[in-house]
Ligand binder design. Structure first.
Ligand code: KIV
Length: 275
């Protein structure tokens, strides 16, 4: 792998019409594989609270958890840009010093290149403050799971003309504040297309149709590990839950039957003495 993907590479990709793939990762081993494939952006998403830690929302995720996972992902990558989510309560437009301190820790201790923050126009001062301190910021609008109690449920956002205009205005405000890219989550495809056309920075969609500049998926959904809970916008490209279940069951059977380990997995005293 050559040099790491930069925010300038992503802007170039948008302008050349090259689609951008982003995938979440939470650990060293999977990040290494994704990096080898050449996926340009790895997101250490706060979805890790749900898929890695079993919480029912992202609200319990702490900055220390994000840093812990981000560090292992960063160690597994040489080419991909690593973006880390700032978790719920760790940043706020009404506390810019807190936001800056959080982002600095995420970058310095977590080893990421950029941070992602959720929220519309009210987050512009946070974006501006971080960018002025040299920290690239990815925005995230539409369905913002950290505001789930305000939104009232995991549902498509920006329905209707007024809500659509508000979302477009938010996207433009965040771009003006300095965001280098924008996640559009669960937004009608037509609206996502319009936002993508009107922004100069790349949009990365999830449940936002095919006309975004890029797409993001959650690791567990993509690999078929989210047992029985796949959202409509997710596509499983593998069925790893079945593969892992099969391997674990075969191992259990072998150990129980005494057929593992075989001689090829064991060390013979005479053989060792001959070396
Ligand atoms: O936390 C996450 O995985 C995310 C993506 C769904 C965009 O924010």
């Amino acid at each position: 792998m050559g040099k790491r993907i930069s925010i300038h590479d992503l802007r170039r990709m948008k302008h050349k019409g090259e689609k951008i793939a982003m995938l979440t990762c939470y650990d060293y081993t999977s990040a290494r594989i994704v990096d080898q494939v050449g996926i340009p952006i790895i997101l250490v998403g706060d979805s890790l609270g749900m898929v890695m830690h079993g919480h029912d929302s992202t609200l319990r995720v702490t900055l220390d958890m994000m840093i812990h996972h981000s560090r292992s992902v960063s160690r597994g990558t040489t080419g991909a840009m690593v973006v880390v989510d700032l978790p719920f309560g760790s940043y706020s437009a009404s506390d810019l010093p807190l936001s800056l301190g959080t982002a600095r820790r995420a970058i310095a201790e977590g080893g990421a290149t950029a941070v992602k923050i959720e929220g519309g126009r009210r987050m512009a001062p946070v974006v501006g403050t971080l960018v002025a301190s040299g920290i690239p910021v990815m925005g995230h609008i539409g369905l913002t799971p950290q505001s789930i109690h305000m939104i009232g449920g995991y549902r498509v956002q920006g329905r209707g003309d007024e809500a659509g205009e508000r979302l477009l205005a938010a996207a433009k405000t965040l771009e003006e504040a300095g965001a280098f890219a924008m996640v559009l989550e669960c937004v009608p495809a037509k609206l996502a297309k319009r936002i993508s056309e009107e922004l100069t920075i790349p949009t990365i969609g999830i449940g936002a149709g095919p006309e975004c500049d890029g797409q993001v998926q959650v690791w567990h959904d993509l690999m078929g590990l989210t047992q029985g809970m796949n959202p409509r916008h997710a596509k499983a490209y593998a069925q790893l839950a079945d593969t892992i279940r099969g391997a674990a069951a075969a191992y259990l059977e072998d150990v129980t039957a005494g057929s593992f380990p075989g001689p090829e997995h064991s060390f013979d005293f005479d053989e060792l003495m001959d070396r």
